[in-house]
Ligand binder design. Structure first.
Ligand code: OSB
Ligand code: MG
Length: 382
């Protein structure tokens, strides 16, 4: 493989309007925020990555401002001038900077993209080479639907999404909008493949309450308890029959080993952004395969840059359940990349044929999104 030497790292804080915002138990993001990372190699090859954060620290502690700060002052200087002969090892260089996983995933993602391009290959095939497999060339996907004012509003959106071809529906819940809500939806849609995501809104004292989902034939419940409560998810798992999926709690491969040890997990939602990038994602993927743990790839409402890399990863054969990676038109109009990801009739997205992430970044749209970030001036980054 041809090595790359990183000549320059450019950062773009962006803001974009959502086609349909996503209300969760922790709130609703006012607009899409992210920091895009563009690296240029000595040979003039570009690579793009996305620090998939939000303007506000609701899902994780990171925001556009924190990731911009850490990328600009610590991660970009650390990587500039470095020669990469194996993108899997970029993590080792970056690991001297603790935490800040979303930021790390942004710059690491740009390195993976540039390395794949320098070697004239698709990112999906590069990932596959690290797990001794072949890309399936598609990602099986579903759609995540936020908390709506009424059950009827929710049903209308579910029916629209099912009509578009989404075969797996994820519904956000929160205390006070959970058991009766899910029962009402299930009564109307007895055969739909439905799962719930609580985004850490409950505690172990809610165990019996959460057990009321048992009769609803749900695909899974995602992250009912707080993110540091891996052990308590293990205790909860004795009280509920609905398969238990972890999201926020699994930030490293070691977290996953602990969760497996204490029976805290039946299914993993792996978000490359949450675990700090693709090297860690590869390690986690291998643990899932080894333990036959059902695995799917989650989303952070990424732009086409993060989405394309996630689709590439989600095309690995060990990803066994539908992913939270929906078509471009569910998120942005337009996105900053072309062509858009389009839902196929079998509820899949195709891996693009092009090298690297396989989609083209449109510079004018990036500039517009950067201008929007500064105009909004909501959480200035200085
Ligand atoms: O909990 O999975 C989550 C989006 C932002 C933050 C957290 C989550 C989500 C989603 C949307 O559920 C997934 C997507 O379509 O990108
Ligand atoms: Mg989640």
């Amino acid at each position: 493989m041809r090595p790359i030497t990183i000549k320059e790292v450019a950062l773009y804080p962006i803001a974009m309007p959502f086609v349909e915002p996503l209300k969760t138990s922790f709130g609703m993001e006012p607009f899409k925020g992210a920091v895009l990372v563009e690296i240029t190699t000595e040979e003039g090859i570009k690579g793009w990555g996305e620090a998939a954060v939000a303007p506000e620290p609701g899902y994780s502690g990171e925001t556009v401002a924190t990731s911009y700060h850490v990328l600009k002052h610590f991660m970009a200087p650390l990587m500039t001038g470095k020669t990469i002969d194996d993108p899997y090892k970029a993590r080792d260089v970056l690991q001297v900077i603790r935490d800040h996983h979303h930021a790390r995933a942004g710059i690491e993602g740009a390195i993976w993209d540039a390395f794949a391009r320098a070697n004239n290959m698709r990112l999906a095939d590069l990932f596959a080479s690290y797990v001794d497999a072949e890309s399936t060339n598609r990602a099986v996907v579903g759609v995540s639907i936020g908390i709506q004012p009424t059950v009827e509003d929710t049903l209308a959106i579910i029916r629209k999404r099912m009509g578009q071809g989404y075969q797996r529906i994820k519904l956000k819940i929160k205390p006070g909008w959970d058991v009766d809500f899910a029962k009402a939806i299930r009564a109307e849609l007895p055969d739909a493949t439905i799962m719930l995501d609580a985004n850490s809104a409950y505690t172990l004292t809610d165990a019996e309450h959460l057990a009321q989902f048992d009769d609803l034939n749900l695909l899974m419940i995602e992250q009912p308890l707080r993110s540091y409560d891996i052990y308590e998810h293990g205790l909860l798992n004795h009280h509920i029959e609905t398969p238990l999926c972890l999201d926020e709690s699994i930030k490293t491969a070691l977290d996953l080993r602990l969760a497996l040890q204490v029976n805290a997990i039946d299914i993993l939602n792996l978000k490359p952004a949450r675990v700090g990038g693709f090297a860690e994602s590869i390690d986690i993927y291998k643990i899932c395969v080894e333990h036959e743990l059902p695995l799917w790839i989650g989303g952070m409402l990424e732009t086409g840059i993060g989405r394309a890399a996630n689709v590439a990863f989600a095309s690995l054969p060990g990803v066994t359940l539908p992913c939270d990676i929906s078509a471009t038109d569910r998120y942005f109009d337009p996105d900053i990349t072309e062509p858009p990801f389009v839902l196929q009739p079998d509820s899949t997205l195709n891996v693009p044929n092009g090298i690297g992430i396989g989609v083209e970044v449109i510079p004018e749209r990036v500039q517009e999104a950067v201008a929007r970030w500064y105009e909004l001036d909501m959480y200035p980054i200085g």
